[in-house]
Design a protein around this ligand. Structure first.
Ligand SMILES: C[S@@+](CC[C@H](N)C(=O)[O-])C[C@H]1O[C@@H](n2cnc3c(N)ncnc32)[C@H](O)[C@@H]1O
Length: 465
């Protein structure tokens, strides 16, 4: 029975970070064999599409970087341990391993068999699916993979044992506190979770549950208690923000945070990605001193100036950043990368560099890449002309073009089933279908500009231990 009114779930609001952690934990638990997106029993098929989950180029670029570094090394570790954190559908791991193996053939080396590629995730459900994935199976049979249920802030590795660490769109999922200056006060954002009017509360068997029972389970603050519900209940939640005075003793590295906050404009939300901070501490311990590198890819604020003003200049245009979002039940927050850099340097990382994800891929594949979304954003006139969403426009334009099979990066085998703005295209690939692109209103000058301006909406942070 639909509810008459929106239902507040708590007596008083909870800090944003607690809310985010609870919901995301529940989200990744619930997804075992479930269909959160209503695609009809598709499980996680309709889940997040990222550059890592459906494109092969990011995995290939990471393999190139690691292999090259080993070829140049005076001494190669007996066991080359690489840990990927937050593995999603396993595509990044598979594409990395495929390319790494090929590189051994090309360079007549024997690094592949010394690999221990650790797939680390806190979701048993995700690990279970990836373990079964045909893309990964051959590598597992070759004995180069290990699956580990772990949390990003407490990794079970011997100190100094990892050659590489990799994460892609992990930090934005982790707990985050949000601070904001109001006059001479600093406030912290809290959330009141509210169940939208009309949300049907059902358990996984479709049996209706009374609101009081759901409320009780929600208040237990335990993701396991939420597991019994049909995932749609998470989609029915909305967040109502309030603010209260910050308790500095609960903010990690508060001196560094305060320093950055000084420059932030009044009223702008400053993200303190506490999960990222704990993950950086764990990474510093686990990586091999000096030669260990952490490649973290994410989205959010790339420069101090963006943090100060709450904007993004990614993609060549200034846009307002949404500090947090709900994706079909998941809660994500923009990452304050400059704060990550300040803290990583304090932790003793030797080199911390922030660049565009596309620049990293271009550099290691030796050919310029940009995302389809970036290419389209450089044609604002088309966006204005066409009705419908940005994604629709992209689909419409790319569908016809793709029949040429030009876009290698989008497909692992056969035709891509999903066309998404995050997929990469190279200059060569675009040139091959230029005729079709012109026919659809694309312009050469705009394409040239798109390839010159790095797509800074997606960021790569490289940390050398
Ligand atoms: C948004 S998905 C990204 C997946 C994949 N890396 C990609 O880019 O397509 C986040 C992944 O991180 C995992 N994850 C989230 N929080 C985690 C935590 N605290 N510790 C370990 N894994 C976590 C999730 O289970 C999920 O696999």
């Amino acid at each position: 029975m639909p509810l008459k009114h929106d239902l507040p779930l708590l007596k008083s609001p909870m800090p944003f970070g607690h809310y985010q952690k609870l919901i995301n934990r529940a989200y990744y638990r619930m997804k075992s064999g479930e269909d959160l997106f209503g695609a009809g029993g598709g499980g996680r098929k309709g889940d997040f599409v990222t550059m890592a989950s459906h494109d092969s180029r990011i995995g290939h670029a990471l393999a190139e970087e690691a292999h090259k570094s080993l070829r140049r090394a005076a001494k190669v570790p007996r066991r080359i341990r690489i840990c990927e954190l937050g593995v999603g559908n396993g595509n990044l791991a598979a594409t990395f391993l495929d390319r790494f193996k090929e590189l051994d053939n090309t360079h007549n080396t024997e690094f592949y068999k010394r690999l221990d590629y650790v797939l680390g995730d806190y979701s048993e459900a995700i690990l279970k699916d990836v373990r079964k994935s045909p893309q990964i199976e051959a590598h597992s049979n070759a004995g180069v993979t290990t699956f580990v249920n772990l949390s990003a802030d407490a990794m079970p590795f011997r100190n100094g044992s990892l050659f590489r660490m990799i994460s892609h769109e992990l930090w934005d999922d982790l707990g985050t506190e949000i601070l904001v200056k109001r006059g001479d006060k600093v406030k912290k954002v809290h959330m009141m979770p509210i169940l939208r009017t009309g949300t049907k509360i059902r358990d996984k068997n479709g049996v209706e549950v009374v609101p009081e029972e759901f409320k009780k389970d929600f208040r237990a603050n335990d993701p396991k208690k939420l597991e019994r519900y049909a995932p749609s209940v998470l989609k029915g939640l909305k967040m109502s923000p309030t603010e209260s005075d910050v308790a500095w003793e609960n903010i990690p590295y508060s001196n560094i945070v305060k320093k950055q906050l000084k420059g932030v404009k009044e009223g702008v939300f400053m993200m303190v990605n506490t999960g990222m901070i704990r993950n950086l501490e764990a990474a510093k311990r686990a990586l091999m001193p000096r030669r260990g590198i952490y490649h973290a890819f994410d989205y959010g604020y790339w420069s101090e100036d963006e943090v100060m003003n709450g904007i993004s200049r990614g993609g060549g245009r200034e846009t307002k950043v949404s500090p947090y979002k709900g994706f079909g039940g998941q809660v994500t927050s923009a990452v304050n990368l400059p704060l990550g850099k300040r803290i990583a340097e304090h932790l003793g990382f030797k080199r911390v560099a922030i660049g565009a994800e596309s620049e990293f891929v271009s550099k290691h594949l030796g050919e310029g890449v940009i995302s389809i979304g970036h290419l389209v954003r450089f044609h604002p006139e088309l966006l204005e002309e066409k009705t419908g969403t940005f994604e629709y426009l992209i689909k419409d334009m790319m569908m016809g073009i793709d029949t040429s099979g030009a876009f290698e990066g989008m497909k692992r085998k056969g035709k891509p089933k999903i066309i998404h703005p995050s997929f990469y295209v190279t200059r060569n690939e675009v040139d091959r279908v230029m005729g079709t692109l012109y026919g659809k209103g694309f312009k050469k000058e705009s394409i040239d500009s798109a390839f010159k301006v790095p797509d800074r909406r997606y960021v790569h942070m490289e940390l050398r231990a």
